[in-house]
Write a protein that binds this ligand. Structure first.
Ligand code: NAP
Length: 344
């Protein structure tokens, strides 16, 4: 028996469009092996929306975006100017996928949409971390009250299952310490500096040219992006209600080539870490460049890698690394969440 799952997709950028692309390719396998058929009943971008309860043609939506048209140009059912919140309020669906830009001031436009969807009893999958960083407890409580799932495994290091390992696979064990490279841009910069003997400024320029650092790189290089991801790990895996004010944050701007060379001469590698350390009164949260022994799993990460290490009481030390060169692994993580909603 095949179960039809109707979903609304907010955001058709890197993540949303690649999600549709992955879905198109994987649909026969998902149906045959998991008994799920995903039907896109509404899609939204800045142009407006396209809504069809019988299901939109995902290839047509992708083609519109690839030809740089808004989704409101979708034949017959495109609606110029329709907002994400209006779509959530008016559509009938089972799952909301929220892949709108991250806003760390008030979480909008994603925040209102996630609240509305949970309120309607929809499951929610998020690629956007903004609403989680700002209101984790409220959103998870609302999901619990409504008896629906709220999944966000792509928000911390994209395709790397940082959240899933901690929440699901460490069940029954206590976490003593977490170390993560959650921000790819800073690892790229430090790794290139050392490998190529170039300055911070040159490596940052390279990251900007490669399209992995913003013109204003503050969020990445000053440690705030990693801190936001550590907050999601703290709230979800460590069950510690934490906000940005609870994280001690230090960026990588001050790291020089000489620092990296000196560390290497001592058998160490400087990596941009997010760390949660168990103490008597909860976990101390910190983001900083740290000199790791050369045989540490995160010391061996390459420029495109991110990683996580969980130190536990009963399960020993578990580490995972991902090589992630673009947005597709995050889109695949969104699909993983959509499927896990229905896993028994
Ligand atoms: N890219 C990654 O590798 C990655 C990894 C992990 C998490 N994320 C998170 O995933 C989310 C999506 O990222 P992305 O890279 O796909 O972003 P993006 O390429 O900038 O796409 C954003 C999408 O949202 C739409 N949008 C923006 N404001 C809107 C509004 N007010 N109303 C309706 N639609 C709106 C845009 O419409 P137009 O197409 O019309 O511009 C676009 O389709 C972000 O929160 C990001 O932080 C991204």
């Amino acid at each position: 028996m095949v179960r039809e799952v109707r979903f609304v997709l907010l955001g058709l950028g890197n993540i949303g469009r690649n999600l549709l692309d992955v879905l198109i390719h994987r649909a026969p396998y998902i149906e045959a092996d998991y008994g799920l058929r995903f039907s896109l009943v509404a899609a939204v971008d800045t142009s407006g929306a396209a809504c069809d309860p019988r299901g939109l043609d995902m290839r047509c939506v992708c083609d519109l975006k690839l030809s740089e048209q808004g989704v409101c140009a979708y034949p017959a059912v495109g609606i110029p100017g329709m907002s994400p919140l209006e779509v959530v309020q008016e559509a009938e669906a089972d799952v909301l996928v929220e892949a709108l830009p991250t806003n760390l001031k008030d979480g909008e436009p994603g925040m209102s949409c996630v609240r509305a969807a949970l309120g309607k009893g929809w499951h929610v999958v998020m690629a956007d971390k903004g609403p989680l960083v700002l209101t984790f407890a409220e959103l998870t409580q609302l999901a619990r009250e409504k008896g629906v799932r709220l999944f966000y495994s792509g928000t911390v290091a994209g395709g790397l299952p940082t959240v899933n390992i901690g929440v699901r696979d460490l069940a029954g064990s206590g976490v003593l310490r977490v170390e993560g490279i959650f921000n790819g841009t800073t690892n790229y910069i430090l790794t290139r500096m050392e490998e190529e003997g170039i300055s911070y400024e040159e490596a940052l320029r390279g990251a900007q040219e490669a399209g992995i650092a913003e013109a204003d790189p503050t969020l990445d290089v000053d440690g705030w992006d990693a801190a936001n991801k550590l907050i999601i790990i703290a709230n979800s895996v460590l069950r510690q209600p934490a906000t940005l004010q609870d994280v001690q944050v230090e960026g990588i701007r001050q790291i020089t080539l000489e620092d990296l060379r000196r560390a290497r001469a001592e058998g160490k590698v400087i990596k941009p870490l997010a760390i949660a350390e168990k103490q008597e009164e909860g976990y101390a949260l910190r983001v900083a460049p740290v000199a790791l022994e050369e045989n540490h799993p995160l010391a061996r990460t390459g420029r495109w890698d991110m990683g996580v290490v969980y130190y536990t009481d009963f399960m020993g030390v578990i580490s995972a690394i991902i090589e992630e060169k673009g947005p597709v692994p995050t889109s695949a993580a969104v699909l993983r969440d959509m499927m896990n909603i229905y896993a028994s």
